[in-house]
Write a protein that binds this ligand. Structure first.
Ligand code: SF4
Length: 310
């Protein structure tokens, strides 16, 4: 799978999913949150409003073409350079995917909109739903996730809890830990209480192993995460990738263009996007892939993330 694709990317190896074939369904950094650990930069559109983001027919046509050539992947993963449940055609898209393939569908979501019945109904069409929970109370939620004013932690937890009552598929909850922010024993106890209400099938622990939008985000080491995993119970596993040894197959030519550009000078996402005449969504996929291969890294300067070749 080396040909260039408009909507899909990968398959890429994922510690959480095996081989994952991704599709982004919201524009860059359209999100309900503005997490301090986000790798994508500052939120460009902080919103809770679900919208259509273009027809889904072309997405399904592209998938059909790829399937006809023989796609090998463990999951089709609906993600986004933002929050995918903000796309109001999510359910229609999953229905369309299910009509043309038996490959299981996973959704990566921040979980904030599950208090809405239509979001729960759409997500219930997937096989695996992978929400996030990084705080056990409102204050920590504000500090870590910097939500839209209409989003609150109680709605997040009760929304996911209601979804659990309704959904027969798998829920794999990710908890992202940042040293000094959500790692003290009180916070861990509150997170554990929230997990008991949500009743996920798996709890997957992560930390800031990659460059984040805000500087000074302190990651935990593997031993600290393992110690928290013990406190959160037997369904808990550490998924943080401390080795950074993923090698995904990708549109090599464009990825090479990005790499050559970064070998000449550090560039922001906008520099890469305008310099190569590609969308920001597309640029971020090449950046992620090059980061996963350990070929580039990110540095902060005056609130902007610059990418540099290693
Ligand atoms: S939910 Fe995801 S995309 Fe949105 S700000 Fe947080 S990390 Fe970034």
């Amino acid at each position: 799978m080396t040909e260039e694709k408009k909507y899909f990317y990968g398959p890429v190896p994922s510690r959480r999913l095996g081989l994952s074939y991704g599709v982004d369904i919201v524009p860059f950094k359209v999100c309900t949150l503005d997490c301090i650990y986000c790798q994508l930069g500052k939120a460009t559109d902080l919103t809770v409003e679900r919208r259509e983001y273009g027809p889904i027919g072309p997405i399904l046509s592209e998938l059909k073409e790829i399937l006809a050539k023989g796609l090998k992947t463990d999951f089709i993963t609906i993600a986004g350079s933002g929050e995918p449940t903000l796309n109001s055609q999510l359910g229609e898209l999953i229905d369309g995917i299910k009509k043309i393939t038996d490959i299981p569908v996973a959704i990566l979501t921040n979980g904030t909109l599950f208090y809405k019945e239509d979001v729960r109904a759409d997500c219930a069409k997937a096989d695996v739903v992978m929400p996030s929970l990084d705080a056990g109370d409102a204050e920590t939620f504000r500090k870590v996730n910097r939500p839209h004013r209409d989003i609150n932690i109680e709605n997040l937890i009760s929304g996911l809890s209601t979804f659990r009552d309704e959904f027969v598929g798998q829920i794999w909850l990710e908890v992202f830990f940042i040293e000094g922010l959500n790692t003290d024993s009180v916070q861990i106890a509150k997170i554990r209480n929230a997990i008991e209400r949500i009743r996920p099938d798996k709890i997957q622990l992560n930390t800031a192993v990659r460059p984040t939008v805000e500087p000074n985000i302190m990651r935990l080491d593997n031993e600290m995460l393992q110690a928290i995993a013990v406190q959160l119970g037997p369904k808990c596993e550490v998924v943080a990738d401390f080795s950074v040894t993923h090698y995904g197959k990708f549109p090599e030519n464009k990825a090479n263009d990005v790499l050559s550009m970064l070998k000449r000078r550090p560039c922001s996402l906008d520099d890469i996007s305008s310099g190569l005449g590609i969308g920001r969504n597309e640029a971020i996929k090449y950046i992620r892939n090059l980061q996963n291969q350990g070929l580039i890294h990110a540095e902060h300067k005056d609130g902007i993330i610059f990418f540099k070749a290693n």
